[in-house]
Design a protein around this ligand. Structure first.
Ligand SMILES: [Zn+2]
Length: 85
């Protein structure tokens, strides 16, 4: 058996990152944030950067939520692509 342990939150973050072309670029009083559409499809956007998000997972549980992870993946990918170019 060669089972790979997957973290469901990481999987969702990858999925969200794949859609990063749809994210909004927001400038808030707290600095730059990405507006990431809610996965519930209710038309709301979460304001996210690499350390904070305004979804309940982060605000209530203090978790590194899938949105924060997605932004981290996104930043890493953008940096990697820039280095290649
Ligand atoms: Zn979040």
């Amino acid at each position: 058996m060669n089972a790979t342990l997957t973290n469901p939150r990481q999987d969702r973050a990858r999925f969200i990152e794949a859609d990063s072309g749809q994210w909004l670029r927001c400038h808030t009083p707290q600095g730059k944030r990405y507006g990431i559409p809610s996965s519930k499809g209710d038309g709301r956007y979460y304001l996210v950067n690499t350390v904070s998000c305004d979804c309940p997972d982060h605000v209530i549980r203090g978790a590194t939520c899938k949105h924060i992870m997605a932004v981290r993946y996104h930043c890493a990918r953008v940096r990697a692509e820039r280095n290649v170019a």
